[in-house]
Design a protein around this ligand. Sequence first.
Ligand code: ATP
Ligand code: MG
Length: 429
Amino acid sequence: MIDPEAARSRVLVIEDSKADQSVYRRTLHEFDLVFADSGEKGLQQLTAEPFDLVVLDYHLPLMDGDEVLARIRLAIAPELPVVIVTGGGSENVAVDLLKQGASDYLTKDELHTPRVAAAVRGALERHRLDQARQKAEDELRRQKDELQTTLRQLQEAQAHLVQSEKMASLGQLVAGVAHEINNPLSYVTNNLAVLDRDVRQIAELMTIYRTHFGASVPDSIQEFEDRIDLNYTLANLDRLLQSTRTGLQRVGEIVAGLRDFSRLDEATSKRVDPNEAVRATIEMVRFQIRQKGIDLIVDTEPAPMIDCNPGQINQVLLNLLMNAIQAVDPGARITVRTRWLESSRQVRYEVSDNGPGIPESIRGKIFDPFFTTKPLGVGTGLGLWISYNIVEQHGGTIKFDSEPGRGTRFVVTLPVDPPEARSTSPGPP
Ligand SMILES: Nc1ncnc2c1ncn2[C@@H]1O[C@H](COP(=O)(O)OP(=O)(O)OP(=O)(O)O)[C@@H](O)[C@H]1O
Ligand SMILES: [Mg+2]
């Protein structure tokens, strides 16, 4: 059966013998034939117009078949089907030519037989199938890439949702707790002031009584004084009141720290003292620091106000500090440092620990969403990813260096002045 596609195929026959050319005219009448009587002319034809296949005589004057084949493959059409025609008894040459990319071969003895048309048809069909397979493979690869991109986008969107949900509810919780503590705190503080005044007055009264009545007080009163160790109690009143005041002041600071940290009221950019973020964040982790007996070194230096979303910067520092706390053994050392880089007008935050370090094998993944080495329930693997996004939105950088067994240092730099076109979007969709 004659394939109607093949019937229209354009075939270039490179053949110097006129007699053989007329044989081809007969045996390959179903194709559109163009003849070239030397390798050089054949190559010129191929560059000048498109062909579907080449029939190439191996024995040509000046340039023989394998050179023509090599030049077709190299410079003109790497995939164009080429059927080689060799002299009889040169099977070895034919095998070599197949290795060099010929599609099929014929011998001169077969020129008069239907095998010529069959070889051309076969080579055209194989080429067509190859191209279809290539196209299908490309399409498959494209679809796979598309799926992978969609999957990554979905993961990032999910990570964002989880994280913003987590931070929003954490912020609300913290603000709520701070508010609840603030009420009793204010009346306890007021009462303490009144109590301070009253107790001092009563103590003064006691002193007056004692001066007036001296040793003449009844035994029962003297006994009671001894029992409650009145002298000691009076002498200690000042210290007791002083330490109570200090304690309440501390509670006040913690509450202020919690409120500062959540900063729910400040969703947008504002100018803040960069060291304020350090103070508020440390307040949040003081318990974990104490519980693990960590030696916390805070080394800040004055810096100009920076333009930022303060709640978000707190979030970055909290993530870095929590990672350091979780990484180290009890009794380890964590250092939080701020530096003002005047020449580049940047503020640099550093959080370093002398923990186990980050193994080489995972360094490329720690900023990926959901990458965690912590057990289920301890880490979600979002801390660094969200920190990276926040820092990037602020036009800054976040980097780390780590030495296994020696520790890890994260460095965040933020520009003091806002970048002109800072994105206010919450990250990837
Ligand atoms: N200071 C550090 N020392 C050693 N490893 C660290 C340190 N900081 C981060 N890592 C590694 O990077 C991983 C990813 O950190 P990331 O903060 O993104 O997630 P996580 O802490 O595991 O979970 P999440 O922060 O969501 O609670 C951690 O699981 C840990 O393996
Ligand atoms: Mg973390």
